[in-house]
Ligand binder design. Structure first.
Ligand SMILES: Nc1ncnc2c1ncn2[C@@H]1O[C@H](COP(=O)(O)OP(=O)(O)OP(=O)(O)O)[C@@H](O)[C@H]1O
Ligand SMILES: [Mg+2]
Length: 274
């Protein structure tokens, strides 16, 4: 099982949208996909119209009470298996202070279902330095920074990289870093310039696929369906199909392993060349 975490401390940059529809695109390619909603906002859970009723097990129970993750997993639309979230997941930040190695819990839980899935996709909360994101970083082989092609995108991306660098350093973990550009509107000059600047700064760490701004993705969130079911022939479904194909190639074509030191170098290089 390959585990990919979608991160950025910036809110609303497209983490959940990317997580849900990338999972949908991989599932459409007959991959066995587990989508892990690690955000107390539970947006990925809502985006797939899954309601966790009182008394039902969620990923919060896995982290807070060590319930087996398989009890928190349920089938969702588009062939996706969802480890659903609920708001009480937010309590884990405080509770974790009384737990030994709290950042290792998700990795341990995912190991118990690793033979059931080809991919685990983790949707992170908009906070890169909390214990939930630390769990995602610890569990992930690939950390994908989601960068919205809007104002201050690069500044936000550098801040995210420097937070990831610190967290990775503290935990002494290594992962592959990748960057995906989202909410791209080719008619906006700022977006075009930003995409070129982001590609120039992150180079081969960037996915070639760019996720375009597309109203169908907002509708998908409201309808509770992955775009592959809502509008399978549309542009947005195609974007995620291409992204899924790139994700499938990760690890096959010379994986670029990024340790904390490598991230730091990348960060310094980009800051220095401003
Ligand atoms: N490519 C896109 N085209 C159109 N709308 C989009 C696109 N990506 C995201 N959105 C919309 O932008 C809003 C924020 O997206 P999303 O929830 O995916 O961001 P997020 O990074 O997960 O936010 P948070 O940090 O709060 O978890 C949502 O309303 C979503 O439907
Ligand atoms: Mg989100």
């Amino acid at each position: 099982m390959r585990t990919l975490a979608l991160v950025n401390q910036k809110g609303g940059c497209g983490k959940t949208t990317t997580a849900v529809h990338l999972a949908g695109a991989l599932a459409r390619k007959q991959e066995r996909v587990l989508l892990v909603d690690l955000d107390p906002q539970a947006h990925a859970t809502m985006a797939l119209s899954v309601a966790v009723e009182e008394g039902e097990v969620s990923i919060a129970d896995t982290l807070l009470h060590r319930w087996p993750i398989r009890d928190a997993i349920r089938p969702a639309a588009g062939g996706i298996a969802l480890a659903a979230a609920r708001a009480e997941l937010g309590e884990f930040e405080e509770v974790s202070q009384r737990v030994v190695n709290p950042e290792q819990l998700l990795r341990g839980a995912l190991a118990t279902v690793a033979d059931r899935y080809d991919y685990a996709i983790i949707d992170c909360p908009p906070r890169a330095d909390g214990v939930l994101s630390a769990n995602a970083l610890r569990a992930a082989d690939v950390v994908c920074l989601v960068v919205e092609m809007g104002a201050f995108a690069l500044q936000g991306a550098f801040k995210a990289v420097s937070i990831l660098e610190e967290v990775a350093d503290d935990m002494e973990v290594e992962f592959e870093l990748r960057v995906v550009a989202t909410l791209f509107n080719r008619r906006e000059r700022l977006a075009r310039d930003l995409l070129i600047a982001t590609q120039a700064r992150f180079g081969s760490l960037m996915f070639d696929t760019v996720i375009h701004e597309n109203v169908a993705l907002r509708e998908a969130a409201a309808s509770g369906l992955p775009i592959q079911l809502l509008d399978p022939q549309g542009r947005a479904a195609r974007d995620f199909e291409y992204l899924a194909e790139e994700v499938r190639c990760l690890g096959r074509i010379s994986p670029l392993s990024v340790s904390a030191g490598r991230v730091e170098k990348l960060h310094k290089k980009s800051v220095g060349s401003r």
